[in-house]
Ligand binder design. Structure first.
Ligand code: 13P
Length: 350
């Protein structure tokens, strides 16, 4: 595969049985995660944590690609191997987060616009020389509270269209530079909205995103979509079950995502790790989708490993086992075989 085989890279990212590990937390986000385990946040500790994740033996069986943060792409494993090379040695494609974060959006209170287009072509060219094969840009869509009078004002059409436009410009720039863009319009699960409202907003964001991608001449075969699932708001009194989330998510994607897109790799968005796996598994058991359905999880893959690691080299082996387990479970979920494996394990334990 050459650097410029974008169709091949996109297909490899969502190959059957595998998915993506999102390990591209910015320094401020990883600091928050480290605080949660009582660890500090030095550059060396960030390097050691990523080293633990990436040197997990056998990870490449279930993980096709890892999204890195700028600092991490420039760091090395303990033996001096650059992380991008270490991943490549294990059959894992290195990727890079290229957005500059979601910032408060002018004239749209409570909403965000993702920045980072200025100078992007130049940054992409450098990332290619550092070994990156794909990129990520995350747009954030907020759903207004159902308890507030003007809840339907959020999201605004200003926010949806501006974020769709930025995603499409980013995707076009990446493809021109030789990187496969992961296009991520995330509808946040924060709030008390119903699953109906999530479906309505999710479909709207996806329709606008694909209209913008088409208008910016993005090649759909050379990208991966990273959407949120259609799910009840975190604080909604009525929580939809696993099957309903799977059915509604598939229905929304079928209505909005062209079949030319090779794959869809979901974000976990704050769902519990086992629930995120169960949702993906349920979608793949329904089957019949025109695209591969995979994962690009951050927290849902890392949380158990992070908790086991606790910032200490003494815990590396147990943390790696935790990451390997979640990666294997999600790999099974891409094949619709996770529930069956769980039942087998329960049978063995009984
Ligand atoms: P989560 O799976 O934790 O939502 O992270 C995925 C991601 O990369 C968000 O941009």
């Amino acid at each position: 595969m050459t650097t410029n085989d974008l169709a091949g890279i996109a297909r490899a990212m969502v190959a059957s049985g595998r998915g993506i590990l999102a390990a591209d937390e910015s320094t401020s986000t990883i600091e928050k995660r480290f605080k949660g385990i009582g660890a500090g946040c030095t550059e060396e500790l960030r390097r050691a944590y990523r080293d633990m994740l990436f040197s997990t033996r056998g990870l490449g069986e279930y993980v096709s690609g890892v999204i890195l943060y700028d600092e991490t792409l420039r760091q090395k494993s303990a033996d001096g191997t650059p992380f991008a090379a270490l991943l490549a040695q294990n059959g894992i494609l290195p990727g890079i987060k290229v957005d500059a974060g979601a910032k408060d959006m002018a004239s749209c209170p409570g909403e965000k616009i993702t920045e980072g287009l200025d100078g992007l072509a130049k940054r992409c060219a450098e990332y290619v020389t550092l070994g990156a094969k794909f990129a990520k840009w995350r747009a954030v869509i907020t759903i207004g509270s159902a308890g507030v009078d003007n809840a339907r004002a959020v999201p605004s059409s200003a926010c949806i269209t501006a974020n769709a436009h930025a995603l499409a410009r980013y995707a076009a720039i990446c493809q021109a530079a030789g990187l496969v863009p992961i296009v991520e319009p995330e509808v946040l699960m924060d709030g008390d909205h119903s699953i109906d409202r999530c479906e309505e907003v999710g479909a709207w964001a996806l329709r606008e995103t694909f209209a913008a991608l088409t208008s910016q001449r993005v090649v759909l075969e050379h990208m991966v979509l990273k959407p949120s699932m259609v799910i009840s708001g975190k604080d909604c009194a009525k929580q939809a079950g696993i099957q309903e989330v799977a059915v509604r998510t598939l229905q929304t994607l079928k209505r909005t995502v062209p079949a030319a897109v090779p794959g869809i790799a979901f974000l976990s968005g704050g769902q519990g790790d086992e629930l995120a796996t169960a949702h993906l598994d349920a979608m793949n058991r329904i089957g019949g989708a025109p695209w591969a359905l995979s994962f690009s999880y951050g927290r849902a893959l890392q949380q158990p490993a992070l908790k086991a690691w606790k910032g200490s080299a003494a815990n590396v082996a147990v943390a790696q086992r935790a990451l390997h387990h979640r990666a294997r479970m999600n790999g099974l979920a891409t094949l619709g075989q996770y529930r069956a494996e769980l039942e087998k394990e329960l049978g063995r334990a009984a």
